[in-house]
Write a protein that binds this ligand. Structure first.
Ligand SMILES: NC(=O)c1ccc[n+]([C@@H]2O[C@H](COP(=O)([O-])OP(=O)(O)OC[C@H]3O[C@@H](n4cnc5c(N)ncnc54)[C@H](OP(=O)(O)O)[C@@H]3O)[C@@H](O)[C@H]2O)c1
Length: 306
């Protein structure tokens, strides 16, 4: 099979397009013929920044989310048959940048017929992470005010829709070219971070979702109401600042969650959630897709099509 392989950390340029044997599923695993794999900012960061710190062993095939067709099942797998259309969030580097991937049966779910393979590959990481951040960890309630930084990105667009569906008042930051798209997804207020200072425009916030970090995260403490919450996906927040502002603040990580993914796919099938695909690259162009993700400015998800 054709696959993208990383043998040395440090640069996207180290990725190689190779011919490898098709892997075989062991007990509890499923072999999936990959339809689409999504490219995430985390993939680039693991390759170029985090390396071994996050427990990735080399050589490795990158990629954390996919859609595709079940090709074969390992011993003890129930509920899946060859030919089933599936998708899933496989966690850090589940080997999706390839024609075939072996996945844990517990990480994937069946794809509803009305959800395209493109959408099914594009949604697991962003929707599960956004959902965990704002609903499970952020405890967002109807009537509360949420400030979502990076609202035009993959996580942000999911967070806007989930927050709106939960009955919250949504204030979103992103660059101006994305204003209409984010408002169409449900944002009540859009703040263009390239021309406006959110600290003067968003006040008395119950929950901040930070997908940006740095000064954006630091400044966010000043808009939270007493007892408010800040959830970051990118950087551990300052404990001192949290205490000073009498708020709670933490960094969290997403990850696989099959039962929640099933609910999210139903929301996608029912039109409650929407996902935008910015571009589909052929597998051999994975480096170009990762270079594009590095710019940090998105109009939708980037996919690889093996
Ligand atoms: N902790 C976890 O488990 C976890 C999971 C997934 C992702 N992440 C991290 O979360 C971050 C976002 O991921 P993603 O997939 O949503 O990325 P993405 O699709 O590339 O989106 C990033 C967005 O951030 C916006 N942005 C950049 N600078 C900004 C600023 N100063 N203020 C407001 N918005 C700004 C950009 O908006 P414009 O294009 O409009 O400028 C872009 O749309 C990444 O760093 C990723 O590594 C963490």
């Amino acid at each position: 099979m054709k696959a993208i392989v990383l043998e040395h950390f440090g640069s996207i340029d180290n990725l190689q397009f190779k011919e490898l044997p098709v892997p075989q599923p062991q007990a509890g695993e499923i072999l999936v013929k990959v339809g689409f794999a999504a490219v995430n900012p985390y993939d680039q960061k693991v390759i170029e920044v985090y390396g071994k710190e996050v427990g990735v062993q080399l050589p490795v095939i990158p990629g954390s989310e996919l859609s595709g067709i079940v090709e074969a099942t390992g011993e003890g797998v129930t509920g899946f048959q060859p030919g089933d259309a599936v998708c899933g969030n496989l966690g850090t580097f589940g080997g999706c940048y390839a024609e075939y991937a072996v996945v844990k049966a517990t990480d994937i779910v069946k794809k509803p017929e009305t959800v395209s393979f493109e959408a099914a590959a594009a949604i697991p990481v962003a929707a599960l992470t956004a959902s965990k951040a704002i609903l499970e960890e952020g405890h967002l309630k109807a009537g509360e005010k949420i400030l979502i930084h990076g609202a035009s990105g993959a996580i942000g667009t999911m967070a806007v829709q989930l927050a709106k569906a939960a009955g919250a008042y949504v204030i979103a930051t992103g660059s101006g070219t994305n204003e209409q798209r984010v408002k169409d997804l449900g944002a009540d207020v859009f703040i263009d971070y390239t021309t406006q200072d959110f600290t003067g425009l968003a006040g008395e916030i119950d929950l901040v979702l930070d997908t940006v970090g740095g000064k954006t995260q630091e400044d966010s403490f000043s808009v939270l109401k007493q007892g408010g919450r800040l959830i970051s996906l990118v950087q551990p927040p300052s404990k001192d600042k949290a205490a000073q502002h009498q708020v709670s603040a933490k960094m969290i990580f997403g990850g696989p969650n099959a039962s929640r993914l099933e609910q999210i796919l139903q929301q996608l099938a029912g039109g409650i959630l929407k996902v935008t695909i910015e571009k589909v690259y052929v597998l051999s162009d994975a480096k170009a897709a990762l270079q594009a993700i590095k710019t940090g400015h998105r109009t939708g998800k980037l996919l690889l099509n093996p």
